[in-house]
Design a protein around this ligand. Structure first.
Ligand SMILES: [Zn+2]
Length: 636
């Protein structure tokens, strides 16, 4: 890497002062899975990113592992048995005989059945769980799984291209050793599945920055702050289109700084969805690669055990660039802005640069709006107090997430000012109906119809492309947009094509549920929450095989360019298969994982008393969960 150029913009600090041990999880099978033709989610992007990562020689500064895929039993630590059983048995060939189940589990349009679906989910979740397990045992300081970050998946339902929530599973693993886990989500979409899973506990704080307002999944308003024990431990920063690097940095850093100050987490999970990048096929933000990576750098600077995950990201070449660059940030490696030759080089035409530039699109987030939301969010954080593990007394609080009526009115004005092209924003809609004690499904329909949307099959929304509706009135026009209709074809009749940058309207496959706003704060209960007040975590860990995952992380040999590789590779044991891709690019092995032996040292009995009890809401019996992953490193 002759002329390594220091990252410019936003000065993405490399934090080289504190070298940290990075474990990177990659399974070369991941790129072989494909959603249905024309689907914007392409697992191939993980392979593109990996190829860049290898060609930049980042393997020299981290350990590379292929995790054991998550098993059915592990998945049911969060998901229901019947949902996982369905994922395991459904195939494109037999799916017609599971029509009822497809509806029940929201598998179909956004979340299609494809060959190897269950294995794909296993790989994604396995990497996040193993990453968490290694962090627990202090085998690394940072764990990276770009195949993870599938934040929309629900306990018993697929959503937004996500089937199994690897993030929730990874966090549950961390909670066995860590008192408090912070989840940060910079995907353009709300991290609803993760928020919902931990909505009632203070053991996990979820912080999501996302586009809000007529956008999938429709949740994540400022006022959604958690309930019961979890009150104020869910943080939502709703954003408008076109946010820039500077704007994003100006909200992200103070919010995270305050989160760290008040919450003092023991570990962090960072979801790095790449659909918040400028020019994303489904996104609407205007972040450059550096602006996106600044979040990674900033989170790293706190020096906490951190699990770094992928997520959305639908313009593959930009996702690959960004995740490769962010891997460099994590290992503290300067990276040349000219891309090294790699097997997917043609994807990066015409500039062949390690960069994603922002565009001239309008930033609909005014300074005033951002400042107000930031202040409200920090105000909420303050209410958690400075000793998060201590039971806080309930303090009389202001309605609407700590805002006074006056402040709320101001926000309404801003909302109106900044959404002139929108007939009815969700915020204003909520204002209209917030006094209702109950929400009938019909109200969702009313809102949808106020927005010109229609519904078919029962309560499920169709793909409704609000972006397309806004298009006529939008002042900037970055790229053509169109909507996918529920039959899988877009409304303009053309198929969403693979590698075009064109925007596909994001899809809505889930029931939009509105929290009830009111003076009685805990009435602000999300309908998804179970009758017993939690989000259904109670039965999650009840399953027997749930708890145990053998530590079968395979240390993977890494390859060095310039050698006759194909031959060497074929001679390797199966454990080395993970690097096949990189090897294909020309490489020779060089083992970097030093603790292979330790990694396989799985059958030691483990003391459990020092482990952190699981959140009450989850009713986890820690003792039952004898940790076969853990070795002798208990956390106190
Ligand atoms: Zn997304």
């Amino acid at each position: 890497m002759g002329d390594a150029v220091k990252p410019q913009l936003g000065s993405v600090a490399l934090n080289e002062s504190s070298p940290r041990k990075v474990a990177y999880f990659y399974d070369s099978d991941i790129g072989n899975y494909a959603y249905v033709t024309g689907h914007p989610m392409k697992p191939h992007r993980i392979r593109l990113a990996h190829s860049l990562i290898m060609q930049y020689n980042l393997y020299q500064k981290m350990e590379i592992y292929r995790a054991k895929p998550a098993s059915r039993g592990e998945m049911t630590q969060f998901h229901t048995d019947d949902y996982i059983d369905f994922l395991q048995k459904v195939t494109p060939d037999n799916m017609d005989s599971y029509m009822r189940e497809q509806g029940k589990y929201n598998v179909g349009d956004d979340c299609p059945v494809f060959d190897g679906l269950f294995e794909f989910c296993g790989i994604s979740a396995g990497g996040s769980m193993e990453g968490a397990a290694r962090l627990n045992r202090q085998k690394c300081d940072i764990a990276v799984n770009w195949a993870g970050g599938l934040h929309h998946a629900k306990k018993c339902e697929a959503s937004g291209f996500c089937y199994v929530n690897d993030i929730v599973l990874g966090i549950l693993e961390l909670l066995r050793f860590m008192k408090r886990v912070l989840y940060i989500d910079i995907d353009v979409h709300h991290g609803d599945g993760v928020e919902e899973a931990f909505y009632t506990t203070d053991r996990v704080m979820t912080v999501s920055f996302h586009k809000y307002g007529e956008y999938f999944p429709g949740t994540g308003e400022l006022r959604d702050i958690g309930i019961g024990q979890g009150k104020n431990y869910s943080v939502n920063f709703p954003l408008r289109d076109g946010i820039t690097d500077e704007s994003y940095k100006s909200i992200f850093e103070p919010v995270i700084e305050n989160v760290m100050k008040y919450y003092q987490p023991d570990a962090v999970v960072l979801q790095c969805g790449g659909d918040s990048l400028s020019g994303d096929r489904l996104g609407c933000f205007n972040l450059s690669m550096d602006g996106h990576a600044n979040c990674v750098s900033y989170v790293k600077s706190f020096g906490l055990p951190t699990l770094v995950l992928g997520g959305g990201g639908y313009t593959m070449r930009n996702v690959a660039r960004t995740w490769a660059f962010e891997t460099g940030v994590l290992v503290g490696q300067d990276m040349d802005r000219s891309l090294p030759y790699n097997e997917y080089y043609e994807y990066y035409a015409p500039d062949f640069e390690l960069n994603v530039r922002s565009s001239n699109m309008e930033n609909s987030n005014s300074r005033e709006y951002l400042d107000k939301i930031t202040a409200a969010v920090i105000d909420n954080l303050r209410q958690t107090g400075s000793a998060p593990s201590v039971q806080m007394q309930d303090v009389p609080r202001k309605p609407f997430g700590g805002m006074t009526d006056e402040e709320e009115a101001e926000l309404d004005d801003l909302d109106e000012d900044e959404n002139k092209d929108v007939r009815m924003t969700e915020h204003r809609w909520d204002k209209q109906i917030e006094n209702g004690a109950e929400f009938e499904p019909s109200e969702d329909d009313e809102m949808a119809s106020a927005n010109g949307a229609t519904r078919t099959n029962g309560k499920k929304r169709n793909f409704t492309d609000f972006k397309a509706q806004d298009e006529a009135t939008r002042s900037t026009n970055i790229s053509p947009q169109h909507a996918l209709a529920s039959n899988g074809k877009d409304e303009t009749g053309s198929d969403a094509n693979d590698d075009t940058i064109e925007d596909i309207g994001t899809t809505e496959g889930q029931e939009k549920t509105e929290p009830v706003e009111g003076d009685k704060e805990d009435a602000a209960e999300k309908p998804q929450v179970d009758a017993d007040g939690d989000v259904g975590m109670a039965d999650v860990v009840a399953s027997d095989e749930a708890n145990i995952k053998k530590e079968e992380v395979e240390a993977v040999s890494v390859t060095k360019p310039d050698e006759d590789t194909e031959k060497t590779l074929e001679e390797k044991p199966p454990a080395l298969k993970a690097v096949k891709d990189s090897a294909d690019a020309g490489a020779n092995q060089e083992s970097v994982a030093e603790d292979t032996a330790a990694a396989k040292d799985v059958d030691k009995p483990v003391e459990t008393e020092d482990k952190q009890p699981a959140p009450e809401a989850m009713e986890v019996d820690v003792k039952e969960k004898l940790d076969e992953r853990a070795d002798d490193k208990d956390v106190s």
